[in-house]
Design a protein around this ligand. Sequence first.
Ligand code: ADP
Ligand code: ZN
Length: 601
Amino acid sequence: MDTPTEVLHRVFGYDSFRAGQQEIIEHVVAGGDALVLMPTGGGKSLCYQIPALVRPGVGVVVSPLIALMQDQVDALTALGVRAGFLNSTQDFAERQQVESAFLAGELDLLYLAPERLRVEATVRLLAKGEISVFAIDEAHCVSQWGHDFRPDYLALSELRELWPEVPRIALTATATPATHAEISSRLGLDGARHFVASFDRPNIQYRIAPKSEPKRQLLEFLRTEHQGDAGIVYCMSRASVEKIAAFLVDNGVDAVPYHAGLDSRTRAAHQAQFLREEGLVVVATIAFGMGIDKPDVRFVAHLDLPKSVEGYYQETGRAGRDGLPATAWMAYGLQDVVQQRKLLTEGDEAHRRRQALHLDAMLALCETVGCRRVMLLDYFGQQGSEPCGNCDTCQAPPESWDGTVPAQKVLSAVLRLKRERRQKFGVGQIVDILLGKQTAKVLQHGHESLTVFGVGTELGNAEWHGVVRQLLAQGLLAVEADYGALVLTDASGDVLRGQRQVPLRRDAPRPLRAKTAAAAKSRPAAELPQEAAPVFERLRAWRAATAKEQGVPAYVIFHDSTLREIATLAPSTLEELATVNGVGENKLAKYGEQVLEALTA
Ligand code: ADP
Ligand code: ZN
């Protein structure tokens, strides 16, 4: 029997385990149950794939992501692992083939859609074979109210009664302790050991830029830092997804839209295109991305504010799974705060309060003058980390200034307007009044006679918008549901009476651009020694041709990181090639000669 480390080297071709993997794998190999919490891209799959290969029998993987099962099986097949799946997309003959392979002991891993296990025939089938481990992927599905897969996941608690001897490992990237506890009780995993991996994704650079002209900013970000890279752009609404995708295409970017309003064929086609092609940008609502394990997503951009830090981290976590530099970039501005605060007026009281807490945490991340990563890790329970040096606030620390007086001016303008008239006004009117602008709307309402008229000429229009945004973010101002009018909050009075200071963040005058060095670093071909760059391109061309021939995504052949290492090392023998991270036994046998040939071409 191979040890986990031997399997890691031989099958996967990796040098070493990532943080947490070894402990988890050894625990499961020894027959223990486990509940694993690891960030997106942290390397969860190995945690059940290796036990499945080390223990006798077939590893059964329950996953809701049936659209991705084929790719998962293809990737395992390329490694020489015998894998199959059973789900509703198959016809009878296909299913039978997998079932007989299972019964003949010819599978190492079997992927199942969760509803399969509620079918008596599947349970009978499984009972006839030997099972090495049950892996329950995306385990948070069991705890989320209204989740499509919840009923199927709840039924998984029976696994313990049916197969008391078989270890079970539940995996998720969703971090809250409540979710954790619920997974554990719903799946009957009371005796399971809990593993919580570090949430840090050091290769991802987090940046949040002040939003001015989002479309232009996005385009500039793509052109200067991620030309030709694969990435995801998240927008809140279907309409903006369509608009941004069309805008990118008009500007020469290879982009496709993805949202729940598109028919399922188009959605599946765009997803497949993203997985298979290189350098495609998907503009999407949050409907896109769950379970997609494309390793070479080089950036995730947000044009609208996510509703929670959990969501933000899950979405940005889809970048840079291969460990190479990647960017999480967001444009964030006043309208985001207004819009999200307005949405908070929906639903019942408890729901609203929960949403408000989520939003507050997200806004605090946006407005921080400290390291973004420190704040993120802190949020996920990892206190006390050092500033990272690889986020926008570390690279260009924003100033913090005492905004108490400007805050008082804004708040008293809001107060005056409320006293003077029943009517409600939005941000634009407040700022015009403070700046002393005699606009038609100001004159029409006689606002030029207010005592606050023209008291704010020390700041410009954009700066005042920044002040209002931060007051909203800090809960010193609120937005009314109907018209988006600004109103005071319980906390506003303390500021007006001078009993509370208001520290503010000074926004960068221009959208921050990454330093050129950092920008260059994120190009896959960059950082390579000069003579290796053309070799890397040659290898990529070989990989593209091979992937096309086999009908699999390019990364199933080799990851970018592996090709880079090969290009740099320039091995001349198979033994040398075998030392490269990501070159396992099977791939060496299958592609070794071709790679050496491509190197000498
Ligand atoms: P998760 O499911 O946690 O989001 P994956 O299991 O998809 O993450 O792993 C993310 C990427 O990291 C994959 O491309 C995988 O091949 C790679 N990976 C995982 N473990 C290792 C390791 N020990 N060494 C090198 N690469 C690894
Ligand atoms: Zn930092």
